[in-house]
Design a protein around this ligand. Structure first.
Ligand code: ZN
Length: 413
C-alpha cells in the first residue's frame, strides 16, 4: 500500500515541477507583437508564478491530509472511535466522519485561503478588508458543509442499498443535482455574496438601447442584463453567462462597466451571448454527467479492489472509513479530468469569441477589450503550452487576439 502512496507523491511532485517550465521564446515574441509591453508581460509571469506556488502549497496540504487518513492507521482508528460513540449507528458515523474530514480540511486549508486573500490585496486585485472577507469565507464554508453533508448521506445510502448499480444512479443524480444547482445559483447562492441590479436601473442605463439592438440581432430572449457590485470584493473585471432554463442571465461586473468604453462592452456582451446561443451551460452539464458516470464506475472498481487491504481495512463499500478513500480518489480524478474539462472550456470560449465577432462586427473593439482585460486582471500573457493545456479555462489573450485579426482579415478579402 505504501508503494501506492509513494507513487502518488512522486506523480504530484513531478506535475508541480513541470508547471514551472518557462514559456517559449516564440510565445514571448508573439505577446510583444500583440501590443503587450515587456512590463505587462513580466507582471503576468511573476503573478502566475506566485499564484502557482500558493496553489501547489494548498494542494500539497490537502494531499498530506488524504494520505495520512488513507495510508496510516489514523483513518481507521478515527472511524472505529466514532462507531463506539454512535453505538455503531452507521449513517450517524458516516456523517460524523464526514464532519471530521470537513473540519480538518477547513482548518488546514484556511492559512492558504488567507494567504491568497492577502496576496490579492498586495497585487491590488482585491480591496476587501479582513472582516467582510471572513464573512464571505464563512458563508461559503457553511454552504459547502450543508451541500457536502447532503451529498455524503445520499451517496452512502445509495452504496448501501444498491451496491452494484450505485455508480449509475449516482451519476444520474449528480447530473440532476448539477442542473438544479445551475438553476438556483443565480437566484439563491450568488445573491448571498453580492447585489445584482438590472442594467437599466444603474448609472450605465444609457447603454441599454445599444444592448437591446444587439440582443435583437442575436435573437436571444432576454429581459434583463444584470450588473453585479463585484468591486465590493475585487478589482477584477469580467462578465459571465449563468443559470439554467428560466434563470439564465448575463451578468456584467461593475468594474467592467467603469473601465471599458461602450464598444468594448458590446463586444464582451456579445461573447456572453455566444455562450447563450451555443447552449454552453446545458452542454457542459451533459458532458459532466457522462464524465461522472465514467468516474463513479472506476471509483467502484477501485473500491472493490481495495476491500480488506491496507491500513483502512474496509469491510464493505459502505464502510464509513471508505469516505477517506473516496475523497482521495475524487481528488486524483479531478486532476485527471482537469485538462479534459479545460480543453472543452477553451473550445466553448473560442466559439463564444467567434460569435462575439459575428454579432458585434467589431474586431478592433474586441482586441482592445481583450488587451484591457488581460492587463487589468494582470493575467499571464505568455503561459507555456503545457500550463495552458493543464490549467487554462480560456485561450491565452494573444491567441484570442490572433483569432480576431484572422476574422478581420477574412472579412477584408
Ligand atoms: Zn466566455
Amino acid at each position: 500500500m505504501n508503494r501506492i502512496a509513494f507513487a502518488i507523491v512522486v506523480a504530484f511532485a513531478l506535475l508541480a515541477l513541470s508547471t514551472a517550465l518557462p514559456p517559449s521564446d516564440e510565445m514571448l515574441r508573439e505577446a510583444e507583437k500583440s501590443l503587450f509591453t515587456p512590463d505587462e508581460i513580466s507582471i503576468g509571469l511573476q503573478r502566475s508564478w506566485q499564484s502557482r506556488l500558493l496553489m501547489w502549497g494548498s494542494q500539497a496540504t490537502h494531499l498530506v491530509l488524504l494520505l495520512v487518513l488513507v495510508f496510516t492507521p489514523l483513518g481507521r482508528r478515527l472511524v472505529d472511535r466514532l462507531e463506539q460513540w454512535t453505538g455503531r449507528r452507521w449513517l450517524l458515523t458516516v456523517l460524523l466522519a464526514g464532519l471530521a474530514f470537513f473540519l480538518a480540511d477547513a482548518i488546514t486549508s484556511f492559512p492558504w485561503q488567507l494567504a491568497r486573500w492577502q496576496w490579492n490585496l498586495s497585487w491590488d486585485l482585491s480591496n476587501q478588508t479582513l472582516l467582510p472577507w471572513l464573512r464571505d469565507y464563512a458563508v461559503g464554508q457553511g454552504i459547502l458543509a450543508v451541500v457536502e453533508g447532503v451529498l455524503l448521506v445520499g451517496w452512502f445510502a445509495l452504496i448501501r442499498w444498491l451496491p452494484r448499480a450505485w455508480w449509475l444512479i449516482g451519476a444520474a443524480m449528480a447530473t440532476m443535482f448539477g442542473v438544479v444547482s445551475a438553476f438556483l445559483l443565480p437566484l439563491v447562492i450568488a445573491p448571498l455574496f453580492n447585489t445584482f441590479t438590472p442594467l437599466r436601473d444603474t448609472e450605465w442605463a444609457k447603454l441599454e438601447p445599444r444592448i437591446r439592438k444587439l440582443l435583437n440581432e442575436a435573437k436571444v430572449p432576454i429581459n434583463d442584463i444584470f450588473v453585479v457590485d463585484a468591486s465590493k470584493q475585487s478589482n477584477h473585471s469580467n462578465a459571465y453567462f449563468t443559470g439554467f432554463g428560466s434563470s439564465r442571465r448575463i451578468v456584467l461586473y461593475d468594474t467592467l462597466l467603469k473601465d471599458h468604453p461602450a464598444d468594448e462592452i458590446e463586444s464582451i456582451l456579445a461573447h456572453e451571448l455566444g455562450h447563450w446561443l451555443h447552449d454552453h451551460i446545458a452542454k457542459g452539464l451533459l458532458l459532466g454527467g457522462i464524465a461522472s458516470a465514467v468516474g463513479l464506475y472506476l471509483l467502484r472498481r477501485i473500491l472493490l479492489l481495495s476491500l480488506h487491504r491496507g491500513p483502512l481495512d474496509l469491510m464493505a463499500q459502505h464502510d464509513p472509513a471508505s469516505l477517506f478513500l473516496f475523497m482521495m480518489l475524487v481528488w486524483i480524478g479531478s486532476w485527471i479530468a482537469m485538462p479534459i474539462q479545460n480543453a472543452v472550456s477553451r473550445h466553448f470560449e473560442r466559439q463564444a469569441d467567434w460569435s462575439s465577432l459575428e454579432l458585434a462586427h467589431d474586431a478592433d473593439a474586441f482586441i482592445r477589450a481583450e488587451r484591457r482585460l488581460a492587463v487589468r486582471n494582470k493575467g499571464n500573457l505568455t503561459p507555456s503550452r503545457w500550463n495552458v493545456w493543464l490549467f487554462a479555462s480560456h485561450p491565452p489573450a494573444i491567441e484570442r487576439i490572433r483569432m480576431a485579426q484572422m476574422w478581420q482579415g477574412n472579412r477584408r478579402m
